[in-house]
Design a binder for this molecule. Structure first.
Ligand SMILES: *Cc1c(COP(=O)(O)O)cnc(C)c1O
Length: 360
């Protein structure tokens, strides 16, 4: 389908009309104009507010995978140690990426239908003594939300490690306080709660992280160091995407206008509605405990009487698009993305009624 009638895919989400308006402008060159740097700086300040942080904000071109890679390439040398806290695919992904750059990675592993548990992480970290600890706030493929970021951050700093967190699919839609959780490098994408195209990535960088980044001195397309203070230097490593920067400004102002807490509440209510309607329809929630469910995405088991392929094509015939899955969850678990523009009660109701019409 080129266009979904009812899009409930957990990213990229539906880009609303007021955000699409950013592409109606014929912007000048972002390299040359003060207006661009002012817009960039305004977005940095709005992001600090939404994420509750005083840390530096970098806004770079490219999908969020680019900064997941950057967070490792800019902080690790071959042979150095990283502990990936994992209750899902993205958690494990950090370890896999780190190994490709020659780091020694261990995984503190939890089942995909659970969330990480503090004591086990503490014991693993004390024994392994990594330079970096990574965690994932919302494991999008499992529809779970890690609830103990603050405790993991404390552990990281107790053992002298940097704390790197992927909050690509949670920030703006789930409660998150970057400074309170002591996050040194935080990673956010544009195509989830922010409801942009997959075009920008946002990183939060603490002083501690900058010290490591400057020491490692990684050079390359994803290098964070080249983005330090670009708003003052008025010089960027590459030509930026003015249209997306404008779209980001619209999106951030929408969140601030709604109220950060209200936006989170809207996500929580949309998620609750999705779970309640799913339960009525006989769907089984994937997370073992409803408390582990993310406010931005709900994961259900594929109903037993269907294969995923059959189920998905029946939904698509009726105009509903949801997310399938990857790895060991492929074919077994599907996902409903109610983040950003899709955290909309009417959309969730319509989508769930189509699922109901197929199952009952
Ligand atoms: C979407 C997402 C990313 C970015 O990955 P893509 O596959 O490039 O979209 C990273 N981490 C999490 C948790 C995500 O949900």
């Amino acid at each position: 389908m080129e266009k979904y009638k009812i899009g409930l895919v957990p990213g990229p989400v539906s880009v609303p009309e007021d955000i699409r308006a950013a592409w109606n402008f014929d912007f000048a060159s972002s390299d040359l104009e003060d207006e661009f740097f002012n817009l960039y700086h305004e977005n940095q300040i709005l992001i600090q507010k939404i994420l509750h942080t005083k840390n530096d904000i970098l806004i770079t071109s490219g999908e969020a995978m680019s900064i997941l890679w950057a967070s490792l390439k800019c902080t690790l040398k071959p042979g150095e140690k990283i502990l990936a806290v994992s209750s899902g695919l993205f958690g494990e992904g950090f370890a896999e990426m780190a190994r490709t750059i020659g780091a020694e990675a261990e995984i503190c592993s939890f089942d995909y239908d659970l969330i990480p548990e503090t004591q086990k992480i503490y014991e693993h970290a004390k024994k392994f003594r990594p330079k970096i600890i990574t965690a994932v706030h919302c494991e999008t493929p499992s529809g779970t939300l890690t609830l103990n970021l603050k405790e993991i951050g404390k552990i990281a700093h107790e053992i002298g490690a940097l704390f790197v967190v992927d909050f690509v699919s949670s920030a703006g839609g789930a409660s998150l306080d970057v400074d309170d959780a002591e996050i040194d490098i935080g990673l956010w994408g544009s195509q989830k709660v922010l409801s942009l195209t997959p075009s920008l990535s946002i990183s939060t960088i603490s002083k501690l992280a900058w010290d490591v980044i400057e020491k490692i001195n990684y050079s390359g397309y994803e290098a964070f160091k080249d983005w330090r203070g670009v708003e003052d230097k008025k010089f960027m490593p590459y030509t930026h995407d003015w249209h997306s920067m404008k779209a980001l400004n619209i999106s951030l102002k929408k969140i601030i206008g709604e109220g950060i807490e209200n936006a989170i509440l809207r996500h929580e209510k949309a998620a609750q509605l999705c779970r309640d309607l799913g339960r009525e329809t006989g769907l089984k929630l994937f997370p073992k405990d409803e408390k582990f469910s993310s406010p931005t995405v709900t994961a259900f088991y594929v109903p037993e009487k269907f294969s995923w392929k059959e189920f998905n094509s029946s939904l698509r015939e009726k105009g509903l698009a949801v997310g399938g899955n990857y790895g060991k969850l492929a074919g077994k678990v599907f996902r409903i993305g109610h983040m950003g523009s899709q955290a909309d009660f009417e959309r969730v109701e319509k989508g769930m009624s189509i699922i109901k019409s197929i199952l009952i």
